[in-house]
Write a protein that binds this ligand. Structure first.
Ligand code: 6LW
Length: 505
């Protein structure tokens, strides 16, 4: 019996798409400004998932070297046909709508071809592309695009479709409008399925926040017309106090026993008022049931977090960092140096800071609501530290230099700093995310950051406590989630170890 852990993927893994190939399942999620981009997870039991690779590691593959926050690599669809994996995405404010292929989902993937509009003038203009093939082999791209309507609706998002030539990567027609849901804002994330000869079009509507939902329609052709299901929406947490909110953006798949499931995104806001989601949008799963009337129902998502984790990393010269480490709009090799000081990870500061678009920063998704990270750093030759980043405008860090330690909170345009004295350069830095409820207070927040340091041979010094709510999905404009990592501002800053312990208490 498959255990359905929820989240399926902890930490920011939004806009999930899943495909089954025999007795293996492959999950692709959005990655925005981070690289390597579009993580691919594989499962052989639909319960345990492992990161097996990424679609691309170079910012030029997506066109995100200078992409603004909230732009970048948006929602993928992953499918498999005749031995080939197909993945389509839109890089918002980047290369546009792209089509990647691979014979192995772990990679290597192709370089990505722009799907051109019918007049060849540039990318098909839309987001959340789905790829599906008709019985005659016609390839369809179904996506969310701008529809110009009359004075009442003006310009709004709707579900569009084009037939495409996947050899020349060009649309074979002008976009056609399909069913666009039940009237919710932002119809998006369309996926087409043929089940027992009937075509189903499933979409998200309501927007990716608290109004998010999943709706479905069906017809005899992949081109429609589609009739709406009587029981839409199939999924929504809106107006509930469910612990998993914003549920939507789903993809259907069969599990090990050929039963059906829906993989989707959601958030886990913490605090009595279900207020702030520190980790961003994560991936969840729930059972689907097909009724006699040919319509599916989808169960509410039930929270069932995996056990806590302890990640311990030593930086050996002959190792590469594993794929969980992320950099911002750069390649990892451009930021990380594991060679010049064997046993240490060295970052070479160039004056850029966490306020900038290209920081010298390498980090890992925060995957648990309660978290404690400790790193050993040599601050003798530079300025750097340990940070939790949401984006350039929302980050919290503890920073060291010869003789001094500083905690800093950057929240929108506001900055606050706390300073401490340090003898010598070798230091342990601590950045904890503490459950506020465990501290006895009923607080309308996600967590409390606790920043401190331990000088070599000394005892831990607490430097600052900072309300965590401002680094959450609800407070920032970013579509990502928290990433905790190492950074350098100037000089050569070396780190010897990384220990991160977390659970979902
Ligand atoms: C994604 C779309 C969305 O493409 O946000 O709010 C975009 N809805 O479905 C990025 O996650």
């Amino acid at each position: 019996m498959t255990t359905l852990y929820n989240p399926v993927l902890n930490g920011f893994h939004p806009d999930p798409s899943v495909v089954r190939v025999g007795d293996e399942w492959f999950l692709a999620t959005s990655s925005f400004e981070y690289l390597p981009g579009i993580p691919i997870h594989r499962s052989r039991d639909f319960e345990n998932w492992e990161l097996i690779g990424h679609v691309a590691a170079d910012p030029d593959a997506f066109g995100i070297a200078d992409v603004p926050t909230a732009g970048g690599v948006w929602a993928p669809t992953i499918r498999h046909r005749d031995g080939v994996f197909h993945l389509v995405i839109t890089v918002a404010m980047g290369r546009g709508m792209l089509h990647f292929t691979a014979s192995d989902a772990a990679g290597p993937w192709s370089e990505g071809d722009v799907i051109l509009s019918a007049d060849g003038s540039g990318s098909v203009n839309g987001i959340d592309p789905d790829i599906a093939w008709g019985d005659d082999g016609t390839a369809y791209i179904t996506y969310s695009g701008l529809i110009l309507s009359g004075p009442e609706l003006g310009t709004h998002l709707g579900i569009l479709q084009v037939k495409v030539d996947l050899d020349d990567h060009i649309a074979l027609e002008e976009p056609r409008s399909l069913w666009s849901g039940t009237g919710g804002q932002f119809p998006e994330a369309p996926h087409l399925y043929q089940v027992d000869g009937t075509w189903y079009l499933m979409i998200a509507e309501g927007g990716t926040e608290r109004g998010h939902s999943i709706s479905i329609a069906r017809g005899d052709s992949p081109e429609g017309p589609f009739e709406t299901a009587p029981q839409n929406p199939l999924v929504s947490a809106r107006s509930t106090i469910r612990p998993i909110q914003n549920t939507g953006h789903g993809d259907l798949v069969t599990g090990p026993g050929d039963e059906w499931f829906c993989i989707m995104l959601g958030v886990r806001p913490r605090s009595g008022t279900r207020a702030f989601s520190a980790l961003g949008r994560e991936t969840f799963v729930t059972p689907v049931h097909w009724q006699e009337n040919g319509w599916p129902t989808i169960d509410p998502v039930l929270l069932n977090p995996r056990p806590g984790t302890r990640v311990e990393v030593g930086f050996a010269a002959d190792d590469e960092l594993d794929g969980e480490w992320l950099v911002v709009r750069r390649t990892t090799s451009d930021v990380v140096d594991l060679a010049s000081r064997p046993g240490w990870l060295t970052l070479h500061g160039d004056g850029s800071t966490l306020d900038d678009a290209h920081p010298n920063f390498v980090g890992r998704r925060q995957e648990h609501l309660t978290n404690a990270v400790t790193v050993r750093m040599d601050a003798a030759a530079g300025v750097g530290g340990l940070a939790v980043r949401y984006d350039e405008n929302f980050h919290v860090e503890i920073e060291a230099r010869e003789g001094a330690v500083l905690a800093r909170a950057v929240i929108g345009g506001l900055r606050q700093e706390w300073t401490g004295a340090l003898e010598g350069g070798l230091i342990d830095l601590h950045l904890d995310s503490v459950n506020p409820d465990a501290e006895g207070g009923f607080m309308r927040t996600s967590d409390i950051f606790r920043l401190g340091f331990t000088p070599q041979g000394g005892t831990r010094v607490e430097l600052a406590e900072i309300d965590g709510r401002f680094l959450s999905s609800e407070m920032t404009e970013s579509f990502t989630g928290r990433v905790i990592g190492l950074y350098a501002v100037s000089g050569d800053v070396s780190f010897q170890s990384w220990i991160a312990e977390g659970d979902d208490e």
